[in-house]
Design a protein around this ligand. Structure first.
Ligand code: NAD
Length: 340
């Protein structure tokens, strides 16, 4: 197998490359990444000399086609994305550009260059929110943010290219993912880097939103299982059964760092519309491929806390970057001053 992995200078894609490098039969890996704000060569430092790196955008058909041909690619896995819901509430045309149009380009290049398979990494957020029970792969798509709508658009193009052209494509819908090398803007890494700097953390409402968490190593292994054993034209939920209200996750982080509740400040939810209250997915389909999660939530979360505590050299340049500061201030407003 000769792989091209897009977005592997980011969080989950980098773990996927680490997983793939340990598998038999992988002859070469090309990483294509635009190095946007969440993409960082330092995230790839432990495997940089084992892959070929191409700097560019997935919307650039000439660049993608050339990269596929130059390296005799057989399989393409797309992690490249604008990945943060909250940013999509500030501005969103680049979400559609990358998450929808970019997927269209990859599908075309997969077909034109005769690849054996493309895998599109999607998200449970395309389903919207569920109060009881769990989403199956047949549940309707009801995305509630520009981010999740742009991801649903990418997925629907995969479906259409399979039905119209028999382009060999599979889709995974991953759950909320946590672990090392996570850009510090989503709940767990954002709170961790603030707590490690002695700053307060802003919890929306009372923190009652329930998320289903999966460790990034399990997510990467699930994508590998679908890439190697899934069926073309199919969608696979990749999740674990760790449903936790956000408040409980925050309490765990505080306890692990030896801190108390005085560092939590409940703030009004900055989303003007409804905030998804609960995500939950059935995963029997991916488990039928022989995959199952290996990392218990408490153990994985503890390892993540320790990783951030021990790897300030990775996250410090990010939190001191102007783009990061301007996002935090732009989203939370002046109420998230350093005194919060
Ligand atoms: N993080 C989660 O909890 C989660 C859960 C389910 C699914 N997903 C999906 O997994 C994928 C990866 O998410 P992540 O959290 O690792 O994201 P990330 O933001 O950490 O990484 C995204 C990477 O894509 C690159 N990129 C962005 N736009 C690009 C473009 N136009 N061309 C080429 N590269 C581009 C960035 O530079 C970055 O390296 C995304 O598709 C996301 O929707 C994430």
């Amino acid at each position: 197998m000769r792989l091209l992995v897009t977005g592997a200078a980011g969080f989950i894609g980098s773990h996927f490359v680490r997983h793939a490098l340990a598998q038999p039969g992988v002859e070469s890996i090309v990483v294509l990444d635009a190095l946007r704000y969440s993409g960082n060569l330092s995230t790839m430092s432990d495997f940089r000399d084992q892959v070929i790196f191409v700097h560019g955008e997935i919307q650039d058909a000439d660049l993608v086609g050339k990269a596929l041909r130059d390296h005799g690619t057989t399989h393409l896995v797309n992690f490249a994305a604008e990945s943060h819901n909250d940013r999509s509430l500030l501005s969103n045309s680049h979400f559609v550009q990358t998450n929808t149009f970019g997927v269209q380009v990859l599908l075309d290049e997969t077909r034109k260059n005769g690849l054996e398979r493309m895998l599109q990494v999607s998200t449970d957020e395309v389903y919207g929110s569920i109060d009881d029970g769990e989403f199956t792969e047949e549940s309707p798509l009801q995305p509630n943010t520009p981010y999740s709508a742009s991801k649903a658009g990418g997925e629907l193009l995969c479906r259409a290219h399979w039905v119209s052209f028999r382009t060999p494509v599979v889709v995974t819908r991953g759950g909320n993912t946590y672990g090392a090398f996570h850009y510090p803007e989503k709940l767990i890494p954002f709170f961790l880097v603030r707590l490690l700097q002695g700053k307060k953390v802003p919890l929306y409402g009372e923190g009652s939103q329930v998320r289903e968490w999966i460790n990034v190593r399990d997510h990467a292994a699930g994508v590998w299982a679908v890439l190697t054993k899934g069926e073309n034209g199919q969608v696979y939920n990749v999740g674990d059964t760790n449903e936790r209200p956000n408040r409980e996750v925050v309490s765990f982080l505080l306890a692990e760092l030896g801190l108390d509740d005085s560092l939590v400040k409940c703030i009004p939810d900055p989303r003007k519309g409804a905030h998804d209250t609960r995500y939950s997915m059935a995963t029997s389909k991916v488990r039928s491929l022989g995959w199952e999660p290996q990392v218990p939530f408490d153990e994985g979360l503890r390892q993540t806390v320790h990783w951030f505590r021990d790897n300030e050299a990775w996250w410090r340049p990010i939190v001191e970057d102007a783009d990061y500061k301007s996002f935090v201030e732009g989203f939370y407003g002046p109420s998230l001053g350093d005194d919060l």
